[in-house]
Design a protein around this ligand. Sequence first.
Ligand code: HEM
Length: 452
Amino acid sequence: MQQEIPHPPRAGIVNAVRFGTDPFRFLEGMQARFEEIVAVPIPGRAPLVIVTDPDLIHDALARPGAFSRVPAREPSALIAEQGLVQSEGALWRQQRSIMGPAFRGKQVTAYANTVGETVDGLVDEWHAADDPEARDLHEEMTSLTIRVASEILLGEDIGRENAEQFHDWMRIAGAELEFSPTSVRPSWLPQRTSPEFRRAAEGIRELSDRIIEQRRASLADAGDEREGPPRDMLALLLRAEDDPDVTYSENQIRDEVATFLIAGHETTALSLTYTLALLARHPSMRERVREEADAVLGDERPRYEHVGELEYAGHVYREALRLYPPAWAVFRQASRKVRLGDYRVEEGSAVILPQWSVHRDERYFDAPNRFDPGRWERRSPSSVGAYFPFSTGPHACIGSRFALSGAVLAVARLTQAFEIDVASAELRDLRPTPTLRPADGVSATVRAVDRS
Ligand code: HEM
């Protein structure tokens, strides 16, 4: 028997404003009250359905035909409209199958090894700087991850200067796309886009075009290499242009590059920032990560083979992803009237599957607000339905293996080499942009570990 989804009393625009003002508290409150699912009435549009039961979440994410992605609209469509993070159906299938090989097998090893090399470069840079040094940890991690992502996915490291420029664009995009009381507004109300954001979006598009041109030229120079096995995602996309079964829209390749410039680095940078900030608050755990890194890495450059041995660093990283999931919710819409478990979901409903509150629910995690990496010694992450930092189903993160291996190496190496201290207030002001972002960077003091 299908039933109506429980809902709070109609409260005009009050709930919409509460959600837009502080979605984290709103989601926690709704979850505590309604437990598995709630439909929040919103004036002028279909309800907001918040799904917090793990089985229902997995069911919704397994059915992209019924629970489809929300199409990219301005302002975010100014950056990319049809990249892999936005596309659906036949286009998504085509693109995922063209690019899939860039995320498997040897490419995972290459990604981890590139993190090892890049993080060692960062260690040298920090050692060479005055000591102790105040740094914006988020900016440093952005630079690290975007340089690795561009090298592995696009065939070329975009360099420190472009990385810093990109960090600035992401700050502007975060401010523009942040939830606000008007986010859940009637669908007929237009959205205004700031000139600053327009310039940032244009910058990202231009950088993407430049990268594509350079890669085309380098592949042409390599001559026969074009016939050999291409290594990176951009080479795969360019090679597929010759395939008569493949159709690209005018801006398809640029949309993919812009999408991957962002998806390939932002969440990973955030996860590294949160992991290092949490370790700063828990010195005994930091010491344990350091001892493990000394034993496993010693003086060697971090590489893929070390990942499996850095077991404790792996638990620490997974626990940071639980408490501070960079993707704090997955957003969908009901493409028709559809059943979810025993419930009827109205066509057009905005559907939210929130890692933020499900990861902090005491029904699924003991002492859920405690940072406790040891919980992953007792349970395997894949056995916990309520843990889904990379989402699940066909649209689950294509880069999760990159992130899981590369981030563990970076956390281990940086913790081995430095005391990174972050005031606990730094993690208090987190913003609900499409990702979970610190309001204004994360100031850290970085000192070389005293080995005397
Ligand atoms: C800690 C790091 C990461 C987190 C937490 C994360 C999280 C997620 C989540 C939750 C989704 C599902 C989004 C949705 O369905 O709407 C997703 C999808 C995706 N992620 Fe990640 N991600 C991470 C790292 C990466 C990396 C390193 C890459 C690329 C190298 C990447 C590329 C993508 C792409 C392309 C998709 C769309 C997949 C599809 O629809 O086929 N992500 N990610």
